[in-house]
Design a protein around this ligand. Structure first.
Ligand code: ADP
Ligand code: ASP
Ligand code: MG
Length: 392
């Protein structure tokens, strides 16, 4: 069971989670993953950046992981208050081994012996999400929203399914906070959910979905309030359907580095930087490189400066990073076989008075780049056109 930041935002909510966990622990062994309380992680990042922007990545990781320590210990205490013993463990204590990439480490191995030992002692195990330890024994974090990934990785290592509890009762066809017409989706394939996460829907962490697919475990997305009973299951092969199933948005900056002439060495360097920065819709050729940088990432402004800094490098004709734009994406299955979707998307946006700067596509995603101020309007127009609109 994984409970996100909003579900443990204050003591009352922690007590509610504790009661739910204790009830479940009567039936079976339970491992609980928790995020930091409420906006704790954001506040920690803001404090670090107020001192130095960007902060040293290692120290930022050290700082950010304190948020989960607080919530895991408080939850263990809240469970004790309910008369049941629980023990809290950090990611490193329960064997979450990652690579060495500070700020967005990837899990390479999970050795959950400690969890099993504590279960054998009759304890409920509480794990602080989002953090691991690298082979070099450094504390690492898994990227913002990474507690979902901790939960899936632990579930896989323990041979369990994974329940993700948050402030929404499943995955919707759009962010229900921004799109009142959004509908809950009963079941999604791993591929669809991955495309949705990558395109900016923060309801589930992309690496969590990737890992769930790799290990063949189901994810159940539910509301942390037991009175709200809906859910979405993410698993292999839900009833096949093609077409757009959800619309989501992200804020991005367009990155472009043009070379004066083909220069394989410089190209390789750019490619390396782009891969490290995780640019979306990356294109690298003899003329240079282009791609989109999601600005919701902690290190986005530092990365933007790094790409803009190529302007001074010999062999570079132009290096530009645009202002913030909205990337609005329609996600689904079989989009590559539906060329009419492009036209329909453009028509729907034109009818709403929204200019499209670029259209980008892959097998599961059709995205448009629009003015940042039109993010919500564009999402609503595409959602109405493809999902919840009047019959066509
Ligand atoms: P937690 O803090 O529990 O990890 P998050 O805030 O990361 O929860 O994720 C839940 C939020 O994701 C919801 O409050 C909702 O606003 C947002 N969200 C964005 N896109 C979607 C979507 N397609 N379906 C459901 N929720 C979405
Ligand atoms: N607390 C971390 C974050 O805010 C991890 C998580 O919430 O999943 O990104
Ligand atoms: Mg989350």
């Amino acid at each position: 069971m994984k409970f996100g930041g909003s579900s443990v935002a204050d003591l009352e909510r922690l007590r509610r989670v504790a009661r739910r966990v204790v009830a479940r622990a009567q039936e079976r062994k339970v491992a609980v993953v928790v995020s930091a309380m409420g906006k704790t992680t954001n506040n920690l990042v803001a404090e670090a950046c107020a001192l130095l922007d960007p902060p040293p990545a290692r120290e930022l990781d050290m700082l950010m992981t304190t948020g989960e320590r607080i919530s895991m210990a408080l939850l263990a205490i809240a469970i004790a208050a309910e008369g049941r013993t629980a023990i809290s463990l950090t990611g490193s204590q329960c064997g979450i081994i990652t690579n060495h990439q500070a700020g967005r480490a990837r899990i390479v191995e999970v050795r959950p012996f400690r969890v099993e030992d504590e279960w054998a002692e009759g304890h409920v195990v509480i794990v602080g999400g989002f953090a691991g330890v690298s082979y070099k024994r450094e504390v690492t974090t898994l990227g913002r929203g990474g507690s979902d990934t901790t939960a899936v990785a632990l579930a896989a290592a323990l041979g369990a399914d994974c329940e993700i509890y948050s402030d929404v009762d499943g995955v919707y066809s759009g962010d229900p906070r921004e799109l009142p017409a959004a509908q809950r989706i009963a079941a999604l394939s791993y591929e669809e959910m991955q495309a949705l996460s990558r395109a900016g829907a923060k309801v589930l962490h992309a690496q969590a979905v990737e890992l769930a697919e790799e290990r063949g475990i189901a994810i159940y997305a539910r509301h942390s309030d037991p009175a709200i009973v809906g859910e979405t299951v993410i698993r292999t092969n839900p009833a096949r359907r093609s077409g757009v199933c959800a619309v989501t948005t992200d804020l991005v900056r367009d990155v472009e580095v043009a070379l004066t002439a083909d220069d394989p060495e410089l190209r390789a360097r750019l490619r390396g930087e782009a891969a490290e920065a995780g640019l979306l819709y990356l294109r690298c050729d003899r003329g240079g490189l282009s791609g989109l940088l999601s600005t919701r990432r902690t290190d986005a402004s530092a990365l933007a400066r790094r790409f803009a800094g190529f302007a001074g490098v010999a062999g570079v004709a132009r290096a530009a990073v645009s202002d913030e734009r909205a990337l609005v994406s329609c996600v689904g299955a079989g989009l590559e076989d539906r060329p009419e979707l492009f036209r329909e998307a453009e028509e729907a946006l034109a009818a709403a008075g929204i200019a499209v700067e670029a259209l980008l596509t892959d097998a599961r995603t059709l995205s448009v780049l629009v003015d940042a101020g039109q993010r919500a309007a564009a999402a609503a127009a595409l959602h109405a056109r493809f999902i919840a609109g009047p019959p066509r």
